[in-house]
Design a protein around this ligand. Structure first.
Ligand code: AKB
Length: 316
């Protein structure tokens, strides 16, 4: 079957890489990148692009009608740190945008929808280590509870409308092709840029703050694997836990020092993102993803560090 795929929020950290991967698989003309903002060169010049505002129903409806997509990836979102600065806007974009897309996916009989969730769905009373798929969830950021509510909507549309919607609870994502956009885990990308530009970095998270993280190559592979998995093997229609690897700013700095011995890290005295990080899991159990669609991580911390430094060096 020839796919016609729309990626909404294509300019972001995941979108930039996903559009590229999807165009390589399905052909450039089959993948319509869309965003509210001007696209980066790499996206505009490798295939079709549409301006889309997910909150503008008429605009979104027109894009569905025009392209009649078989698959939709909805990546437009406000992340955890920016969400705390603009709580109502974060709720509106993350929630209303999702419901618009789910409704049009049903109306236009889209075969599959992907929507990203996050480890932010967990909260201070969730188990902090090896956090299971099912447990107490009391997220205390707008981003976190918009993702948790979004998961419930996804499962609801699957149950009530038979919509084949699939989702992953991404850990913090690390990649060199695009910058992260206002999250709590962004330090783990900024640190590489600053290491190469200045030889030092001030971390906004404290030295021993462990968080689950994942290299973008693994995250893209996970997304495509989940989307390609046979529907009957999927037992979760909210969002799958994905563990990645857990490390602290100190451990990441030590790894960078193995390649750049003069690199120095320091720590900010206080930052509002610390409280968000403290409310999230330190490590994740992703046994459902392993069992249901054969998930397996490839990049460990040394591999991430080496790949980031090698590739960023070429473009900085
Ligand atoms: C954030 O830090 O807000 C995101 C996330 C973990 O979902 N990277």
């Amino acid at each position: 079957m020839t796919e016609k795929i729309i990626v909404i929020g294509a300019n972001g950290q995941i979108g930039t890489e996903l559009v590229n991967a999807l165009r390589n698989i399905h052909g450039a003309e089959q993948v319509i990148a869309s965003d509210i903002n001007d696209p980066a060169y790499a996206i505009r010049n490798t295939g079709p692009f549409e301006f889309v505002n997910v909150l503008d129903k008429d605009n979104l409806h027109h894009i569905f009608q025009k392209h009649q997509p078989t698959q939709v990836y909805l990546l437009a979102a406000i992340l955890s740190a920016v969400g705390e600065q603009r709580p109502k806007m974060a709720w509106d974009l993350n929630m209303t945008g999702l419901i618009h897309v789910l409704d049009f996916a049903v109306e236009f009989k889209v075969s599959k929808v992907f929507w990203p969730s996050s480890i932010a769905v967990f909260g201070p009373h969730s188990p902090q280590f090896n956090t299971p798929q099912y447990c107490v969830m009391d997220p205390n950021t707008v981003y976190g509870f918009s993702k948790l509510a979004g998961e419930r909507w996804c499962e609801y549309y699957f149950n009530k409308h038979g919509l084949d919607v699939r989702s992953i609870r991404y850990p913090g994502l690390i990649g060199w092709r695009a910058n992260p956009g206002g999250g709590t885990t962004d330090y783990a990308v900024h640190i590489f840029h600053e290491a190469l530009k200045k030889g030092k970095y001030e971390s906004f998270l404290s030295a021993e703050t462990a968080l689950p993280m994942m290299y973008m190559d693994d995250a893209i592979r996970a997304t495509l694997d989940l989307m390609n998995a046979p529907a009957e093997s999927l037992t979760i229609r909210s969002a799958y836990n994905l563990a990645g690897i857990s490390f602290t700013p100190t451990q990441l700095a030590e790894e960078i020092k193995k390649i750049m011995p003069n690199f120095a890290i320091s720590y900010a005295e206080s930052d509002p993102r610390q409280a968000i990080a403290d409310s999230w899991p330190k490590s994740i159990d992703d046994s459902y993803a392993q069992k249901d669609w054969g998930w397996k991580l490839e990049y460990d911390l040394p591999a991430i560090t080496a790949d980031m430094l090698t590739n960023l060096k070429k473009i900085i």
